[in-house]
Design a protein around this ligand. Structure first.
Ligand code: TRH
Length: 382
């Protein structure tokens, strides 16, 4: 008789945008595919899932996507103990496991192991907080452990599918695959030798100023912006010009692509503007230069996080290059004109490309987040 797979329940509430679902889905998928877990993903907004995985149907209360059971987290779903508690429970980003479910967890023997997956930050305090237990105030000894993604050996690491880097390398070495990718996405291939740029960011970044700066690049430029804030900025900048082109820059607004294709877009470009959490990590795995638009918070805490990441990312660079990268990232996040920061950054792109490869290689030497999480949970015993 074969043992039944360990059952994991992952909870996710959409705060805004795509990142919450993107991370929860990636985590659930790796647990199922790579670690043989039976995973249920409870999600309060399936419309976001359907953007990332068009096969998802927001009208369905339950469906299977990528080997995961996806359950719509409707009000009242957990009342009366209607949902059986799993062996391991993961709440993402402090989304609060529903009270009736927590009560059932406390009553279950053996008690489920309980994880809160936190947001990614490069700040130093993360190492001290990673894996700390927190007994539930009402249902002790039910204990939740805080699991922090991160960039160092003393954190939980980063989400990375087992085959990701092999698929990236194969794609980046295959010109025919890239040409087919561009044909499908844009209906044409970029001009030979073009600087290929993907664009994904929040409102407030200096898009206009970036486009103006790109017109000063020595050679053709090809900008691709999936539907959203960035594609609207492309449309605004192109208004009144021949379709798709202005000042030597070909700029394309394309549909929002699914999560798998978005990786290919990052792999196919020479420079990626990314944001939030998940696209930020994917850009690092793409091993290409990137610019991060951090999720802005009202208390300005994002500047501290940005500085923490920049400090780690630029630590291995020569000083002059670190200054160029920092200046451009700060201008992008501050909504300032890029005219001053761009030329030096642009000229240093070949150096940045070598650094991006080296950085990705360094991160890849660490175990991925889901492997670390599965090991950590196994170590908690039963
Ligand atoms: O969408 P984001 O801004 O998400 C978030 C949320 O704002 C969240 O509340 C916040 O806390 C978190 O960031 C830090 O950015 P993110 O995290 O990069 O998620 C975007 C996802 O969308 C990512 O998986 C890539 C994917 N994507 C596609 O699949 N296709 C596309 O065309 C694009 C542009 C992105």
């Amino acid at each position: 008789m074969t043992a039944r797979p360990e059952r994991w329940d992952v909870f996710c509430r959409v705060v805004d945008n795509f990142g919450d679902v993107a991370v929860a889905l990636r985590l659930a998928r790796c647990l199922a595919r790579e670690h043989g877990k039976a995973v249920r993903l409870f999600l309060d907004d399936l419309t976001v899932l359907a953007r990332l995985r068009p096969e998802a149907d927001p009208a369905l209360a339950r469906q299977e996507i990528d080997g995961i059971a996806v359950w719509r987290w409707d009000a009242g779903l957990f009342e009366g103990g209607a949902v059986e508690v799993a062996d391991v429970v993961v709440e993402t980003f402090g989304c609060d496991t529903p009270e009736p479910y927590v009560r059932a967890m406390a009553a279950r023997a053996p008690r489920p192991r309980w994880i809160n997956l936190e947001y990614l930050s490069a700040e130093e305090w993360v190492e001290g907080s990673h894996a700390l237990p927190s007994p539930h105030p009402k249902y002790a000894p039910l204990t939740r452990h805080f699991f922090f993604p991160g960039f160092t050996a003393l954190t939980g690491g980063l989400l990375r599918e087992r085959d990701l880097l092999d698929r990236r390398d194969a794609f980046q070495a295959d010109r025919a695959a890239q040409a087919a990718f561009w044909r499908l996405l844009a209906g044409a291939a970029p001009p030979e030798g073009a600087l290929k740029v993907s664009l994904f960011g929040y409102a407030g970044a200096p898009y206009e100023s970036l486009f103006a700066a790109l017109t000063r690049h020595a050679g053709p430029v090809w900008v691709v912006a999936p539907e959203g804030v960035a594609s609207a900025a492309v449309a605004a900048w192109l208004r009144g010009n021949p379709p798709g082109e202005r000042g030597g820059v070909q700029a394309l607004a394309v549909p929002f692509v699914d999560q798998g294709r978005y990786d290919e877009l990052l792999w196919a470009c020479d420079l990626n503007f990314v944001r939030g959490e998940d696209s930020f990590v994917r850009a690092q795995w793409a091993a290409r230069p990137f610019v991060w638009h951090i999720y802005p918070t009202d208390d300005n805490a994002h500047w501290v996080k940005l500085a923490a990441f920049l400090a780690r990312y630029t630590a291995g660079m020569d000083r002059a290059h670190a200054v160029k990268v920092t200046a451009l990232w700060e201008a992008w996040n501050g909504g300032e004109a890029l005219a001053r920061a761009w030329p030096a950054f642009d000229a240093a792109l070949p150096v940045a490309a070598a650094h991006a490869e080296e950085w990705a290689g360094r991160l890849a030497a660490q175990p991925d987040l889901v492997t670390q999480l599965a090991d950590f949970v196994a170590g908690l015993g039963r």
